[in-house]
Design a protein around this ligand. Sequence first.
Ligand code: SF4
Length: 357
Amino acid sequence: MSADGKVEVGRSAGPPQARPAPSGGSAVHQVTSVGVEILLAEPRGFCAGVDRAIEIVERALQKFGAPIYVRHEIVHNTYVVNDLKAKGAIFIEDLDAVPAGATLIFSAHGVSRAVQDEARARGFRIFDATCPLVTKVHVEVAKLRREGFEFIMIGHKGHPEVEGTMGQLDDGIHLVEDVADVARVQPDQTARLALVTQTTLSVDDAAAIAAAVKARFPSVREPKLQDICYATQNRQDAVKMMSPQVDVVIVVGSPTSSNSNRLAELARKLGTESYMVDAADEIQASWFEGRPRVGLTAGASAPEILVNQVIGRIKALGAVSVRKMRGIEETVKFPLPKGLKPDAAPVAPAVSPKRNG
Ligand code: SF4
């Protein structure tokens, strides 16, 4: 595992094991004469916020033409980002890289007030692909701050969602990453203290940290609805159901994807060997030796095409069947922003660009 809690691509955090040369083409060998069964988690892959964010970039490209600038990776997935780059999206971190009059999209993770203000001041044509469930947290934080609340935020330092949420306020929001941090945090007052969390955390880890916060600050205000989103919860629940039924869990997801990392971690905590892969060619034949039951899932930013490629790869290594797990059917859908709905009127850039990149 990397220092920030991520599972390294193609690596198990379990005991080290010899890795054979990657197989492929004529080097592909059957791993078992018994035959591997793939159990496919449900739900898996794209959530409503990711679907919406990608559609916003694609519609902006269709409507305004390339290039379209996107602040940060629209979602944390290498395949998605490369696909959109090929269609004309340019991913930037610094607004200095965006020319005057350009169309700019904020990623699904959300941005700070400072970034919003600067983008507006520069006169870009802006579309906000922040997931509405992240925006809900932003709105709540701003509202409670006006009422005099200070916050303890549970999240991962440096994650863009955490930076965006903490950046809704000038001050008064304290980040804790684990139970040990809770003992160290020093709010200015405790009479008006509220808890807020990143949307893509481990449900169980967040509950343990929240319990430590409540033990230290019994009057802390909790969110009415928990901030961890339905998609994160459902994908973790599916892994909880799947893990005892399989010998190894494969998670399709990029190393930067928080919720994908949490799925791989969760399987491992439940005692099942687990690997995270960004693409099918990272799959190693040795992972299935003596492990004929393979669980397969995907983080909320990983497209189904990658899941199908992974299935193809495991079949080439000896899988003989694919069985779908029963799970929750997700029906959540978020509306597109004004100006990108199918019958939307043209959206002009804001007036008086102050400067360009
Ligand atoms: S994982 Fe949750 S918060 Fe993130 S984009 Fe999907 S629905 Fe929104």
